[in-house]
Design a protein around this ligand. Structure first.
Ligand code: ZN
Length: 130
């Protein structure tokens, strides 16, 4: 963990040995989104469906494969999948691969993204200390 007045670095450690669910907003002090790491063992699903009132969610599948359900739609997901889910709908995911499924979920206020990448960023001149 590293922390400065303008940044924070947290880690959940190796994703290969990671188990369960870990939220990182409190560790980093993030103000624009909540990020969580999750794993599901083979054959397991999150034990409940849930919905969000104001936040959309973006799931990024890092390893494994399975199925994702949004309301009554079900589709296959696998490593590299990115799934965005709007507010006010039910969602869940299940691991169907032999290996555990590891994923990141980012939740942020729906419709809050103004500028992004080069419409928000600017190239700056700074001494390279790397
Ligand atoms: Zn959620």
């Amino acid at each position: 963990m590293n922390k400065g007045s303008r940044y924070a670095h947290a880690t959940v450690g190796s994703l290969h040995g990671f188990e369960g669910k870990q939220f990182v907003k409190d560790a980093t002090g993030a103000t624009s989104c909540e990020i969580s790491f999750g794993t599901l063992p083979s054959g397991a699903a999150v034990p409940f469906f849930h919905s969000h009132k104001e936040n959309e969610e973006n799931y990024i599948i890092l390893s494994g494969a399975g199925r994702f359900q949004v309301d009554d739609d079900v589709f296959e997901i696998s490593e590299g999948s990115v799934i965005r889910i709007s507010t006010n709908c039910d969602r869940n995911l299940k691991c169907t691969s032999a290996e555990p499924m590891t994923y990141i979920c980012i939740q942020a206020k729906e419709g809050s993204l103004g500028g992004y990448t080069m419409t928000d960023a600017e190239i700056t001149e700074h001494t390279d200390l790397l």
